[in-house]
Ligand binder design. Structure first.
Ligand code: AMP
Length: 407
């Protein structure tokens, strides 16, 4: 049995194929530049000897349907998928599920319509996600297409955490509230943390930090999300590659009144020109690390502001949770940037957090690991995320449940 994971964006589709007996990733790849004159098809797979093979070819990819056709062709030609009937489920990443979707959901016409209704909350992402779903439903009507939502894990937040202090009708009539994102990643690393801690997830209190180009923190009580740093959109919270995170909302009025910026310009400024890029001119943390080491003051400031904000969220979520079993770092920065981890956890001994600097800075270390000292009451863990695997497992579970089976 195999499960295909599809992450359908506006101009590209990424995919991964898993064998569900042992969750080995048999193949992965992407089709890029959909709708442009010349697209690109990339694939990577395990051949019959278990050796990794790759391919890369230019091709026009006018629509998402042609994109999925190319993906199935690569999977079949490489031998990892004999026939589409081998697919038990297709898991689709969907960014926004609004308040409607609290768990992975098998897509039928009513579900597709409900995803469409959430488009105003995620105008850049949901239409592209839905396009991918519609194609697989049309091409493979017998294979369950399952929507796995980035927001679903956070639907357990209490209203004290998800409501904003703005007039009530904005929530009741316009659904303006905090939703949170990266839920698949926070859920995945929480489950792995529970395994490393040797406890059931339902007994774990965690602060999970997904730090990549996008970044968010989540407070998890007894395995369930009770607060998260992203809000109505993925703009709120931590400092990100090009997004500002938390700012005084009055900055919007100030910029509009004094610089004459309209809403489109404000959106662009805060989403695409701010964050690390805005502070130091670069949004790649590896480059920022290099610049800071060479004495660049703006790069140093970018690292400092990021770590300061992460530390504030760790402190806030420790206060919210009371007892914390572990702080978990994940995402490209969380998994690799030891300096950020060090600064974010520095001076938190009174919260029971004691970093082991040699474990934290051990550059040869990769994979799941503990970077706190044995005396640390709160464990500090690094856990590489695997959102595709989480989507595959959730999709199979939802498809099996819908089919009345138990796996
Ligand atoms: P992601 O969105 O999870 O792929 O994370 C992307 C971010 O992780 C970028 O800012 C990268 O510069 C950063 N990153 C990846 N590898 C490293 C590394 N070895 N050291 C520091 N930052 C890294």
């Amino acid at each position: 049995m195999k499960v295909l994971v599809v992450n359908s964006g506006s101009s590209s589709i990424k995919y991964q194929l898993f064998r569900s007996q042992d969750w080995v990733a048999l193949a992965s790849g992407s089709v890029a530049r959909i709708g442009e004159a010349e697209g690109e098809i990339r694939g990577e797979w395990l051949d019959w000897k278990g050796e990794r093979q790759t391919s890369r070819a230019p091709a026009p990819i006018p629509t998402h349907q042609e994109g999925i056709d190319h993906i199935i062709a690569v999977l079949r030609e490489s031998g990892v998928l004999g026939d589409v009937s081998e697919l038990t489920a297709i898991g689709h990443r969907v960014v926004h599920g609004g308040e409607h979707f609290k768990r992975p959901t098998l897509v039928d016409d009513a579900v597709a319509k409900a995803i469409e209704e959430v488009i105003p909350l995620a105008p850049l992402h949901n239409p592209a996600n839905l396009a991918g779903i519609e194609v697989t439903r049309r091409l493979f009507p017998r294979v369950p297409s399952v929507a796995v939502f980035d927001t679903a894990f956070h639907q357990t937040m209490p209203r004290t955490a998800y409501r904003y202090a703005i007039p009530e009708f904005l929530y009741t009539e316009h659904r303006i509230r905090r939703y949170g994102f990266h839920g698949t990643s926070h859920h995945y690393v929480a489950k792995r943390a529970a395994v490393l801690l040797g406890k059931p997830l339902a007994a774990c209190n965690l602060v999970t930090l997904h730090l990549g180009n996008g970044a968010s923190a989540t407070a998890i009580r007894e395995g369930r999300s009770v607060d998260t740093s992203m809000g109505l959109t993925p703009l709120e919270g931590l400092v990100m590659g090009t997004r500002c995170g938390d700012i005084d909302p009055a900055i919007h009025f100030y910029l509009s009144k004094n610089l004459g910026l309209d809403t489109a310009a404000l959106e662009d400024l805060l989403n695409r020109q701010s964050g690390l890029l805005g502070i130091c001119g670069v949004n790649d943390m590896r480059e920022i690390d290099r610049l800071a080491e060479a004495g660049d003051d703006r790069a140093e400031l970018a690292i400092g502001i990021s770590a300061h904000r992460i530390k504030k969220y760790i402190g806030a979520y420790c206060a919210e949770l009371g007892r914390v079993d572990a702080i978990v770092f994940t995402g490209g920065i969380g998994e690799n940037a030891a300096e950020i981890r060090c600064r974010a956890c520095e001076g938190l001994e009174n919260l029971g957090i004691r970093m082991d600097d040699s474990a934290n800075f051990a550059i040869e270390e990769r994979g799941e690991r503990c970077i706190s000292t044995p005396e640390s009451a709160v464990r500090v863990l690094v856990i590489p995320t695997n959102e595709e695997l989480e989507i595959a497992q959730q999709a199979l579970a939802a498809a099996s449940e819908a089919a009345g089976e138990s796996h």
